[in-house]
Design a protein around this ligand. Structure first.
Ligand SMILES: [Zn+2]
Length: 275
């Protein structure tokens, strides 16, 4: 029975792998199908509602969504819907969940100076979803046999989904591999320019993070400053990439005025350092 199961898994891996493309049309090995990926994402969203405070300001939520959707439109993954949410918290962070859910903390919004910087963070997060980095991490953590239950809806399917949601929650703030980060940076920059944003200004985001990195290494954008490629390396890679893009359109958006106006709308910083 075990070996039969293994054969099924191997066959499934090949079937799904053939159908799964990531950024730049790259093929990769994904066992968990998109429908289950979205179900896991939604499960994690429900859990987050218990602990995270969604910013009550439709103007801000619409703004983040509007910028996010501009990037979605040019990205390499169109089989899911993308959702963008501002969380009221002074944590300097943003993250993506499997299935198309992106969260942005007010703590990080406050550090950004223009729309291009915010868009750069969004396109980095969208790239993690396009490349299915979260799903890959999840299926590695679940193990093949539980991932199999999700694929084939066996007796343990409900249990497998619960396990995936719980793992999804614990994995939010754990680190992606350096390669995953480099890939998200690369495609993020590519999508940013395609969506019409000025990459030189977007780069300012990394520079701010580099400046912050020393003080609170565990509290900066996906733990960016700990074991991830050093921020300086990311800045250098991104600069090289911009150079390689050659002549860029002259009318790329920065959005400083609009962003400054939006910053004024944010509620005052919470004095107690909540979360
Ligand atoms: Zn990342």
């Amino acid at each position: 029975m075990k070996s039969l199961r293994l054969i099924f898994v191997i066959v499934a891996v090949f079937l799904v792998a053939c159908a799964t493309t990531g950024p730049g049309g790259k093929k990769s090995l994904i066992i968990i199908p998109t429908s289950q990926e979205v179900a896991i994402g939604l499960g994690v969203v429900e859990e987050l509602k218990q602990t995270e405070k969604v910013l009550v300001d439709t103007v801000w939520q619409n703004y983040l969504n509007e910028v996010g959707q501009k990037i979605v439109k040019v990205c390499d993954r169109q089989d899911i819907e993308y959702h963008f949410t501002v969380i009221e918290s002074e944590q300097v962070n943003a993250f993506a969940l499997p299935g198309g859910f992106v969260y942005f903390y007010t703590g990080l919004l406050r550090e950004m100076e223009n729309e291009a910087e915010m868009a750069m963070v969004l396109s980095h997060e969208i790239s993690h979803i396009v490349a299915r980095h979260g799903v890959k991490r999840l299926q590695a953590a679940m193990g093949v046999s539980m991932a199999y239950e999700l694929v084939f809806g066996g007796e343990e399917a409900g249990k497998a989904l619960d396990l995936a949601i719980n793992l999804g929650l614990t994995l939010i703030f754990s680190e992606y591999s350096r390669d995953n980060e480099r890939e998200a940076d690369f495609y993020g920059m590519h999508y940013l320019v395609k969506a019409g944003y000025d990459p030189h200004k977007g780069l300012g985001m990394f520079e701010k993070l580099a400046a912050m990195g020393g003080s609170e290494p565990n509290d900066v954008f996906e733990k960016l400053s700990s074991s991830h490629p050093a921020t300086q390396e990311r800045i250098q890679n991104t600069k090289t990439q911009i150079t390689q893009m050659g002549m860029l359109p002259s009318n790329l958006r920065v959005g400083t005025d609009k962003y400054t106006e939006m910053l004024r709308r944010l509620p005052p910083k919470a004095t107690s350092s909540a979360k």
